[in-house]
Design a protein around this ligand. Structure first.
Ligand code: BTN
Length: 323
């Protein structure tokens, strides 16, 4: 028995005895216990209920390629490249990078768990199985890097569209592309570009979306984090539907970006902009800067109203100054 099999056996949320799990899998109870520990080590809060056995604190929907495909729109299904689901991989984005030359455009890689999930600025992205979404998408472009400015902000808008399609409200965007709820970060986006400066290039777009966080994960995150279960007032949405909504929004939104660029997303971005009108403190290559958030421009730069006029900022760490 593998950790994946144990998670599947417990996914329904009911308590299952160690003896029954062992009998079903044809292994010893010690082997079951080993996999309970393996799941716990990966961040899954398996509870022990004495002699009654083991259970999860909530039911888990495991990802399924069949359910995912069934939930895609016919147009998305037709335009999708490869669709792969791994139980465990180092990073869905790294897997696409390794196979960049052979994967078709709009290929999507998902994993139940990542052993080396990557965040922005060299940070790691905690990726326990069965709870959140870890998804990467390959998009090829012909027009070179210059045409890609604002892509990572457009992906933020695309994630917001997916949430809206799922009926989830209450999130917004913190420049450049963090998806936040008032209680913390809901999703992270990592866009990695490669190829020719003025020719064919590729974007690997990685999205980590919190569907259900555990207390341990919240403690380890190093910043306030929130999940869709919280925004949906307890009932976590079906993970296959969440992943399918992301894929549909990516396929449609990336085609729009390719046709029209970020300027087509500015108005929608503005509607979700959590920094607009806020007193901001910026830190980066430009040194430190204070001002008021004044939206974004058609390239995706942050506009900052300062005492000396409006500055346009391409890269910085931004924090909101509380009054
Ligand atoms: C951030 O730091 O805000 C970006 C986090 C991006 C995480 C996702 S999870 C799927 C994909 N695979 C990775 O290793 N990282 C991205």
């Amino acid at each position: 028995m593998q950790a994946q099999d144990l998670l599947t056996a417990l996914a329904g949320g009911q308590t299952v005895s160690g003896a029954l799990l062992a009998e079903r899998a044809g292994v010893t109870r010690a082997a079951i216990w080993k996999q309970v520990e393996a799941l716990r080590a990966r961040g899954v809060p398996v509870e022990s209920r004495g002699t009654a056995g083991y259970c999860l604190p909530w039911p888990v929907q495991l990802l399924s390629l069949a359910e995912l495909r069934a939930a895609l729109s016919p147009a998305a299904r037709q335009r999708l490249g490869e669709l792969e689901l791994h139980w465990e991989i180092d990073s869905t984005s790294s897997e696409i990078q390794r196979r960049l030359s052979s994967l078709p455009d709009l290929s999507v890689m998902l994993a139940e768990t990542q052993s080396a999930g990557r965040g922005r600025r060299g940070r790691s992205w905690l990726s326990p199985p069965g709870m959140n979404i870890y998804l990467s998408c390959l998009k090829r472009f012909d027009a070179g890097f210059a045409a890609l400015s604002g892509l990572s902000l457009a992906v933020g808008v695309i994630v917001m569209r997916a949430l809206s399609a799922l009926g989830i409200n209450g999130a917004g965007l913190k420049w450049p592309n963090d998806v936040l709820s008032p209680d913390g970060k809901l999703a992270g986006i990592l866009v990695e570009l490669s190829g020719e400066y003025q020719g064919p290039c590729a974007a690997v777009i990685g999205i980590g979306l919190n569907v259900r966080l555990t207390p341990a994960l919240r403690a380890q995150a190093g910043q306030p984090v929130h999940d869709l279960a919280g925004l949906a007032h307890g009932g976590a949405p079906d993970r296959n539907l969440v992943a399918a909504a992301l894929i549909v929004a990516l396929i449609e939104g990336l085609a729009q970006f390719e046709r029209e660029g970020f300027s087509a997303f500015v108005e929608e971005y503005t509607g979700h902009d959590l920094l607009r009108g806020q007193t901001l403190h910026l830190q980066g290559a430009l040194g430190e800067l204070d001002g008021i958030g004044a939206g974004v421009d058609a390239r995706g730069a942050l506009l900052l109203q300062t005492a000396g006029g409006v500055r346009s900022i391409d890269s910085a760490d931004v924090s909101v100054r509380r009054a």
